[in-house]
Design a protein around this ligand. Structure first.
Ligand SMILES: [Zn+2]
Length: 64
């Protein structure tokens, strides 16, 4: 039987893609955390600016 494998998105090592690997598609918890950390860093940068949808709506109405 051949196991389905993919390359780990973080380190590119062949990774087993079945229920025996709780960290799939990553090869390990470490690689999963690294990837999530990078993703969270991107999100944090975007979310750093406070946004108030109601205020923005008022400004748009005043301009138009
Ligand atoms: Zn990995």
């Amino acid at each position: 039987m051949s196991k389905k494998t993919v390359n780990c998105p973080t380190c590119n090592k062949p990774t087993i893609m079945d229920s025996s690997n709780p960290f799939r598609p990553f090869c390990s918890e470490r690689c999963k955390l690294i990837d999530l950390g990078e993703w969270a860093g991107e999100g944090h940068r975007i979310a750093g600016e406070p946004v108030y949808p109601e205020d923005l709506d008022d400004q748009d109405l005043n301009k138009q």
